[in-house]
Write a protein that binds this ligand. Structure first.
Ligand code: ATP
Ligand code: MG
Length: 374
């Protein structure tokens, strides 16, 4: 089922501005051929970046020099962006990045890509150019390295993570045995990579529809220990997004702040996981209090709680789904006006009233609470 994204009028205009000397490449071709949604559209061309820019600007395109050093310019047409990169070959690699030289050879550009299904080109008519055997690996979808798995991983250890990530999202056949052997031998090399790059791959992997088999393979090859030594495996993986899967992999009580520092999570990611962890582990769980503090994170946290064999209060799902933030209607001043002394005791008393209010479903009004004080 070939999607027809490359026949859109914007793409047509762009290709004709480049005199047909550009082809779609990588993820766009792969996803188009698989009938999946194409997110970003990459093109490859033997033209040099300055020439690409000149021709596109002459044809009225807005061109942004996003990575001139790597040979990439971005053309924007009606909100749709096209990344156009000059053909390249690897001159040298150090396990993290490649030094590249421009090339005019399509096959050479294909050879430096990671997996056979990521090495396909397609022209404006939808003709596919396959220098890597990628079309054969589309159905069933197999993630196979272009060239020897060991060599390709040594060039760039991130490809190890990409192998598992792509298998989790696309693989429909068995995992490639040679890649798994190479992964087992080379897993320690992942330590060379920056934590951000590893985390970004891990997060995308955990978001796959069914990552269980891939995580098992990562456990067996030592890759999981390398990137997430805290992970318990095997673990019961609940349905859910990356955050649910991640927390389910971690042992109860795991120090999330330390993990966040190491993996360079964003503040939002850490905040979400902390709320989820409290919902998953607080005893007993008070859905209203948790919802007031953490909002939707509670739903995810309770999913983890259930996956760990724990129980959750009756009717919590209805409560969570219909949840609207509610402010506690009393303050310390109300107690002082009724004769309480300012100080720590007052704070504790107020907190106790708030907890009781939450336990009752956050429904008691201010007047009802005041009446209760008398
Ligand atoms: P998606 O964007 O959905 O993750 P993609 O295939 O577009 O998939 P990108 O990371 O955007 O992946 O990379 C674009 C293309 O560049 C890939 O299809 C692949 O051909 C090549 N590529 C990307 N990263 C590497 C790498 N580490 N080693 C070799 N080739 C790579
Ligand atoms: Mg992409």
């Amino acid at each position: 089922p070939a999607a027809d994204w490359w026949q859109g009028p914007q793409a047509k205009a762009l290709l004709s501005a480049l005199n047909g000397e550009a082809r779609f490449v990588g993820g766009a071709v792969r996803d188009g051929l698989l009938g999946r949604t194409v997110n970003d559209v990459d093109l490859a061309t033997p033209l040099l970046p300055a020439e690409v820019t000149r021709r596109l600007e002459a044809a009225g395109f807005k061109v942004i020099p996003t990575g001139i050093d790597h040979g990439t310019v971005t053309a924007v047409v009606r909100g749709q962006t096209f990344e156009i990169t000059t053909l390249r070959r690897d001159v040298s690699t150090d396990g993290r990045r490649a030094t590249v030289a421009f090339s005019t050879d399509w096959a050479e550009d294909a050879q430096r890509r990671d997996f056979t299904i990521n090495g396909l080109f397609a022209d404006g008519e939808g003709r596919v150019f396959d220098f890597t055997g990628g079309t054969q690996d589309l159905s069933p979808t197999r993630i196979r390295f272009i060239g020897r798995a060991e060599d390709r991983i040594r060039e760039d250890y991130l490809r190890l993570m990409r192998f598992f990530r792509f298998h989790a999202h696309y693989g429909t056949g068995p995992m490639d045995a040679k890649a798994l052997t190479a992964a087992a031998a080379l897993a320690p090399g992942l330590a060379q990579l920056s934590a951000e790059r590893v985390w970004s791959e891990l997060k995308r992997l955990l978001a796959a529809p069914a990552p269980t088999e891939v995580l098992a393979a990562m456990g067996q090859t030592g890759v999981l220990t390398q990137v997430l030594p805290e992970a318990l495996w095997p673990a019961a993986l609940p349905a859910g997004d990356w955050s649910v899967r991640l927390l389910a992999l971690l042992p109860p009580g795991c120090d999330l702040t330390a993990l966040s520092d190491r993996l360079r999570w964003s503040k939002a990611e850490l905040g979400l996981l902390i709320g989820m962890q409290e919902a998953a582990e607080s005893e007993p769980p008070h859905p209203y209090g948790l919802l007031r503090r953490y909002g939707a994170a509670v739903l995810s946290g309770f999913a983890v709680r259930l996956a760990r064999g724990g129980s959750v209060p009756q009717g919590w799902q209805e409560i969570a789904i219909g949840w609207q933030p509610r402010d506690f209607p009393l303050s310390g001043r109300d107690l002082i006006e009724r004769g309480a002394q300012p100080g720590p005791d007052l704070g504790r008393r107020l907190a106790a009233i708030e907890q009781a209010w939450e336990a009752g479903g956050c429904v008691a009004s201010r007047d009802e609470l005041l009446a209760g004080l008398a």
